[in-house]
Ligand binder design. Sequence first.
Ligand SMILES: [Zn+2]
Length: 250
Amino acid sequence: MLEQVSARVWVTTSPTWLTTSTVVVDDDGACLLVDPALTPADLVSLQRELTGRGWHVAAAFSTHPHWDHVLWSEALPDVPRWATPAAVTACTDEELAAQAARDLPGHRWDVVGGTTAMAADTTELPWAGLRAVVVATPGHAPGHASLHLPREGVLLAGDMLSDVEVPLLDDAPGAVDGYRRSLQRLAGVAADVVVPGHGRVADAAEARRRVAADHRYLDDLTAGVDPLDPRLADPRVHAEHEAQAGRAHA
Ligand SMILES: [Zn+2]
């Protein structure tokens, strides 16, 4: 079910990993879908809800090349599904489909992957609707990008600024420094509403708290200290933490 978070932005949240899908609606009902998720049934019901409100999907954006952010459905129209060039080349559609089968078995997705690269120098999403500024935020995944909607005061953070996941790092060398710079960049974006890829929508004060918590987590990770972070109470997040702590001190 869609919940309105600003004048033209709605969010729906899956119970699985609190995965969010965002809908940006323009005056004529044309919608931009950002990271629509999660199960095939969720995608069909999302399309139904959009149609019921008299809206139509005009474009989509994928924040990064992890399978739960590059999903689509045959129920949804065939529109451009943009991503950064680095995100598009990071993974084949087969690899993304294999990730999906491993992480959430028992489903038959229509489409996993299949995004289209924006031009390398793109600073704003190429769609006719509300201005959406592409903010490069590497560190979590290759080509990771957030979207800032200045007129709405909304930041769609992708897999950053979550209240349920600690910073999860890309395998690439320098990921921690990249992640820190991305946090600084997001802290400098003027937003009253922040939508994480997983977790609860935040106001500006809560977003600042999350930025600080994420820096603290990265400090502890690099120092080899066990972080006192309530997000690690989730066994899945804890397992990811153990794996990246092992990599950081291999
Ligand atoms: Zn991710």
